[in-house]
Design a binder for this molecule. Structure first.
Ligand SMILES: [Zn+2]
Ligand SMILES: [Zn+2]
Length: 380
């Protein structure tokens, strides 16, 4: 293993041992800033966040941006039979989305650039983003900051671990790739009643059940089958009992779409169904929609170019399908030609699960790939 690869692995393990939740990545941020500042990278903090930028000029007269995230998740790491030396030291917090791998790769890129003294490299803008995992995410604050405005990247890149791909395989999709994600918070208000005397109240649970069922028609009866829209509910909460009909029921769900058109249309249908279903039963319902990340669209030319470059260096490239998860890299992709590609980390536990354990051999593949993409993808 080369010196740089070994350092990248050390950075990854250090971050992994000390995971920090969204918005609280002080230690991770300071650690990474220290490494880069020491090597002469210009550091710019994003006000009121732990996000920061690191920049250094290269030989080529344009700028390539690379986004890496900083935050971990409130998940307990499951330690396999062999306790690893770099297991999370923070109970209930874990880098279960691979952001430790991404941040380590960003540092690796910086070291590669320095080892080459910038020869063959463009100007490199490393974007370390806080809070990717929770709304409103970290990207918008970065994009609207003065610090970021000082740089105009020609293109933005991001890489994300994929536990469905073998090490050495990269996943790419040109055009529309990931979903928008809006949070739905519904509260049904009725009138509490004894379970034996339902006629004296307004049964909120029954209304909530009708709303849930009726909402499933939003996708199946409004959206053409050629479009991808998903509506799921994962939480029902109320304070009733076996023989007590509660006065209030809360529902929490998520709406995912691949287009702004259907995102808007679905929200209108949801609002109408929630309001009118409740009214039909003499109840009232309040719907709050918390705007999430927009759909993520990859630049087609960049995707095609990346596929070629990665195959030329012996990598296996797999064409990806649409994916109904979200990433706020979508905001960068709205502003700049962008590519969000997947890095195979071997078949392991799912992302956002305590069993997620990426194969570190993926780091050297990721580093070689990123170096090549950063240096060769933009053709003026
Ligand atoms: Zn995640
Ligand atoms: Zn992630």
């Amino acid at each position: 293993m080369g010196e740089i690869e070994e350092f990248v692995r050390t950075v990854r393990r250090t971050l992994h041992r000390h995971p920090e939740l969204s918005g609280q990545e002080m230690r991770s941020s300071a650690y990474l800033q220290g490494i880069l500042a020491e090597r002469g990278w210009a550091i710019a903090s994003i006000p009121h966040t732990t996000s920061f930028l690191a920049y250094k000029e290269g030989e080529l007269p344009y700028t390539v941006g690379f986004r890496a995230e900083l935050d971990a998740l409130p998940i307990q790491e499951l330690v396999g039979e062999c306790t690893r030396e770099y297991v999370s030291e923070c109970t209930g917090v874990m880098h279960a989305c691979g952001h430790d791998m991404h941040a380590a790769l960003a540092v690796g890129l910086a070291l590669e650039r320095d080892a080459a003294a910038g020869k063959g490299f463009p100007n490199l803008l490393l974007v370390f983003e806080s809070s990717e995992e929770v709304l409103p995410g970290g990207a918008q604050a970065i994009l609207s900051s003065e610090a970021f405005a000082a740089y105009r990247p020609e293109l933005m890149l991001a890489v994300h671990c994929d536990p469905d791909l073998e090490v050495g395989t990269f996943g790419i999709r040109g055009g529309q790739y990931m979903a928008s994600g809006d949070e739905l918070w519904i509260t049904v208000h009725g009138k509490a009643a004894h379970g034996g005397l339902p006629h004296t109240g307004v049964d909120t649970l029954l209304v909530a059940a009708h709303i849930l069922v009726a909402l499933q028609s939003v996708v199946s009866r409004n959206v053409p089958s050629s479009e991808s829209v998903v509506l799921s509910f994962g939480h029902v909460a109320c304070q009733g009992r076996m023989n007590l009909i509660p006065a209030e029921v809360r529902l929490e769900g998520t709406l995912r779409t691949q287009s702004e058109t259907w995102r808007r249309a679905a929200k209108e249908r949801i609002a109408a169904i929630v309001e009118h279903t409740a009214a039909a039963f003499g109840a009232e319902a309040h719907l709050e929609i918390r705007e999430g990340y927009p759909p993520l669209c990859n630049d087609r030319a960049l995707a095609e170019g990346a596929k070629q470059l990665l195959e030329e260096m012996g990598g296996t490239v797999q064409e990806l399908g649409l994916r109904m998860t979200t990433d706020d890299f979508a905001y960068f992709a709205q502003r700049f030609p962008s590519l969000f590609l997947r890095l195979g980390v071997g078949l392991t536990g799912n992302l956002h699960s305590g069993a997620f354990m990426p194969d570190e051999a993926a780091l050297s593949h990721g580093l070689r790939a990123l170096r090549r993409l950063v240096c060769c993808l933009w053709r003026e």
